[in-house]
Design a protein around this ligand. Sequence first.
Ligand code: SF4
Length: 246
Amino acid sequence: MVEVRNPAEVVARAARATDLADLDGAVSDCFACPRLVTWREEVARTRRAAFRDQDYWGRPVPGFGPPDARIAILGLAPAAHGGNRTGRIFTGDRSGDVLFAALHRAGLATQPTSVAADDGLALRDVRVFSAVRCAPPDNKPTPTERDACAPWLHREVALIRPTLRVVVALGAFAWAAWWPVLRQVYGNRPPSPRPVFGHGAHWSGTAAPTLLGCYHVSQQNTFTGRLTPGMLDDVFARAKQLAGVD
Ligand code: SF4
């Protein structure tokens, strides 16, 4: 694989990706954001005590799920000791525990847990990805990093566009990341003013997927009861209905 070294190369390489496997491989070899490259590698080197005997992935984390997904789940970025450790998005941390358990209850995942990239989990009708593909310090990418990474997201959506019907945005960052996709992938002018993010928020335009808002599955939300399993079940039931998934 050829390393991607700067934002211009992200644009060019993403545009050339012929399918999801090609895109996933290219994403994994991206080094375009110096601060995030330093952080992801430092976390992988120092590790958390509980995972000291494990090899961290320490690279960008591609999307996960089949190419004919009718539902997409859009997150913010991989977690330092979750996706950045295991190499699969939302895998190996409490956020992922909550998310994949809900996907399993909804019949969209073959098992309720996602602990490692080789644990046998498969998704049905849903693809999970993030707006920024590298773990950022404090879960806060800069606007420059967000924009540098956007072409990967845009190409991924373009590749699943033939079947994609519904996008579930986990949190306000993901909700905001959808509007450039609307312009770049679907050629639609984003609504103005932008619809406000909220749990249960809903936006639909013409010839583009319906956007649903859902509180992020972060520990801050799930431990405090701001986001409950029942609330997630309601969102995924609605997403399935809108997407025509049985
Ligand atoms: S955040 Fe995105 S653009 Fe930046 S280095 Fe990671 S994969 Fe590349």
